[in-house]
Write a protein that binds this ligand. Structure first.
Ligand SMILES: Cc1cc2nc3c(=O)[nH]c(=O)nc-3n(C[C@H](O)[C@H](O)[C@H](O)COP(=O)(O)OP(=O)(O)OC[C@H]3O[C@@H](n4cnc5c(N)ncnc54)[C@H](O)[C@@H]3O)c2cc1C
Length: 297
């Protein structure tokens, strides 16, 4: 109930505008967002890389409404790639297709995507395509598959809460496309998604096993230690664990100490509201944490 309410609020544009321009933005978001600028994100990446952890830079943004905004998102991604090259960061970048104009049409989005993927191929890193709500899955995977054929340097995201995901994982493994497996962060109807946590967890473990057996460089994105049991006994270089910036730092340290590969997903920028609300929805106890950081102990 609280989860659905928070996810509903995450989609309200007026509330979003008000929150993102509020003086409370900085104290509210500090826990989950590395900063507003690329420079702050680069500083955080250097610190994280120094601990033996890789990064995926995410310039926050989704569902842009104009060509100009889509082009600005593309340019932000290109700036991030330049920073990775110049600063020799051990980092990929993560993008959302609706940030690059998918709501404005496939052609404009593909053009923006291709500019980024081409540059990633040139500098030798990878573009990870976040997965958004179920309405976008087919078009997102079609874009990832065609970019994989042309450039190779991409990773798809699969959400274990979707009932279709077993078929998608089989197809992506068959095509040799790397996959990041997560549970799924949106409010999806029963027709397309498992609504019970136990069913989502069971599907996650099932899909993780398939990826560990047949996948190319799979990534298990989760803060749930039970999900990571799927990888017990797997060769540590065979896969990577991915976790969100600011979440379960204790577990992040243990993963690195155990000699496993870890990548931290590092969001930055002004358009933080929907991302932030999804983090609250995942763990409503975060509401208290956030209130404490805004109003003091
Ligand atoms: C690297 C990465 C990339 C992701 N990319 C996508 C994507 O592209 N599309 C998408 O739909 N979803 C994405 N997600 C989000 C994901 O789908 C889940 O919503 C989120 O990870 C919570 O699920 P969980 O696996 O951590 O398990 P849960 O069962 O939700 O949580 C397990 C435990 O982890 C801790 N935890 C989980 N979330 C939080 C939080 N926000 N704050 C504090 N503690 C927390 C708590 O201790 C909780 O008990 C991504 C997640 C990660 C880690």
């Amino acid at each position: 109930m609280l989860r659905s309410t928070l996810l509903y609020l995450s989609r309200q544009p007026q509330l979003r505008r008000w929150m993102e321009t509020s003086p409370l933005a900085k104290p509210l978001t500090r826990r989950f967002v590395a900063g507003q600028s690329l420079e702050r994100a680069v500083e955080a990446s250097r610190r994280i890389n120094a601990q033996g952890i890789e990064v995926s830079l995410d310039h926050l943004g989704e569902n842009v409404q104009s060509m100009a905004e889509a082009a600005a998102s593309r340019d932000q991604a290109l700036r991030a790639l330049r920073a990775i090259e110049q600063q020799q960061l051990r980092a990929t970048i993560s993008v959302k297709v609706t940030q690059l104009g998918l709501d404005l049409g496939d052609a404009v989005c593909r053009e923006n995507v291709e500019a980024i993927v081409r540059e990633a191929a040139r500098i030798g890193t990878r573009i990870e395509f976040d997965m958004e709500s179920s309405a976008y899955v087919d078009r997102t995977l079609a874009i990832v598959e065609s970019m994989h054929q042309r450039y190779g340097c991409v990773r798809a995201v699969i959400q274990a809460y979707l009932k279709r995901s077993g078929r998608d994982v089989d197809r992506l493994c068959g095509a040799g496309i790397p996959v990041r497996l997560c549970k799924g962060a949106y409010d999806e109807p029963e027709e397309v998604a498992f609504r019970e946590k136990t069913a989502v967890d069971e599907n996650y473990l099932r899909l993780a096993n398939v990826l560990l057996e047949k996948g190319v460089d799979p990534a298990l994105a989760t803060h749930d230690e039970k999900m990571l049991t799927a990888a017990e006994g797997a060769e540590p270089q065979r896969f990577e664990v991915q976790m969100l910036y600011g979440v379960r730092r204790d577990l992040q340290q243990r993963i690195v100490a155990a000699g496993r590969r870890l990548r931290v997903y590092l969001p930055y920028g002004d358009a933080w509201y929907p991302y932030f609300m999804r983090r609250l929805a995942e763990r409503p106890a975060n509401l208290w944490f956030v209130m404490r950081s805004v109003f003091g102990n």
